[in-house]
Design a protein around this ligand. Structure first.
Ligand code: ATP
Length: 210
């Protein structure tokens, strides 16, 4: 995955198109994270790249905002992105394409990397890295990147492209060659908070990732 090999060190990517509701924003300050949400948070604070999922209402956005908060909020070292504008606003970030400055991202990976690294906003970070010429003396931890992905693949799929008026089936992020190397096993949040009738939460048990 392109972002895995580039600066800054930490990335938060909300891959869902979830729309925030005012009720959740108001009540969030009083929310206590559940055990499964806390386990995900602990993992990320330990520096482990993580993809967490869960059906609608399982608290992905609440957890994501807490993760961002714990990592010190948006900075040059923390890119906060989502796949849609509304989902980006939900977590105080930008769309992935806008943040990376790669337009619609249709070019080759090499060209996209060039577009990304060529932006003035990354020059300071890159300059700092270029000065690290005695690489043998650099602590390995400095090179660790933390990638946090959140979303629900059972909600909105990628928008398909068209060629000569024929729809090209979209590929999902987990179809990418680097998904397993970057992410490993996903974690699924199972407790549904938004749904008062917990009987409906059975869907989350049916859709558990293995
Ligand atoms: N630990 C918690 N304790 C109590 N309420 C919670 C907790 N986590 C989330 N909630 C509440 O559950 C509701 C759904 O949370 P949230 O929007 O984060 O879910 P989501 O998984 O992102 O949903 P969607 O996939 O539909 O976007 C919100 O009202 C939120 O305040």
């Amino acid at each position: 995955m392109l972002l895995r090999v580039l600066q800054p060190r930490r990335y938060i990517v909300n891959i869902s198109g979830g729309i925030p509701n005012t009720e959740q924003i108001k009540t969030e300050t009083t929310v206590t994270l559940s055990d499964e949400q806390r386990d995900v948070l602990r993992r990320i604070i330990q520096g482990k790249s993580t993809f967490f999922s869960g059906s609608a209402g399982t608290g992905k956005s609440v957890l994501l905002r807490e993760i961002i908060n714990q990592l010190g909020g948006a900075s040059q070292r923390l890119g906060i992105t989502a796949s849609t504008g509304i989902a980006a606003i939900n977590i105080g970030g930008a769309t992935l394409h806008s943040w990376a400055g790669i337009g619609i991202g249709a070019e080759s990976a090499k060209k996209l990397a060039g577009m990304f690294l060529g932006q003035p906003k990354f020059e300071k970070v890159l300059e700092r890295w270029r000065r690290l010429d005695t690489v043998s003396m650099v602590d390995g931890a400095l090179f660790d990147k933390l990638l946090v992905l959140s979303g629900d693949f059972f909600q909105l799929p990628p928008v398909p492209n068209r060629q000569d008026n024929v729809i090209i089936p979209p590929t999902f992020a987990f179809d990418s060659k680097t998904w397993n190397a970057c992410i490993g096993n996903p974690i699924t949040l199972t407790r549904v908070f938004r749904q008062k009738d917990q009987g409906f939460s059975i869907q989350s048990e049916l859709f558990l990732f293995s």
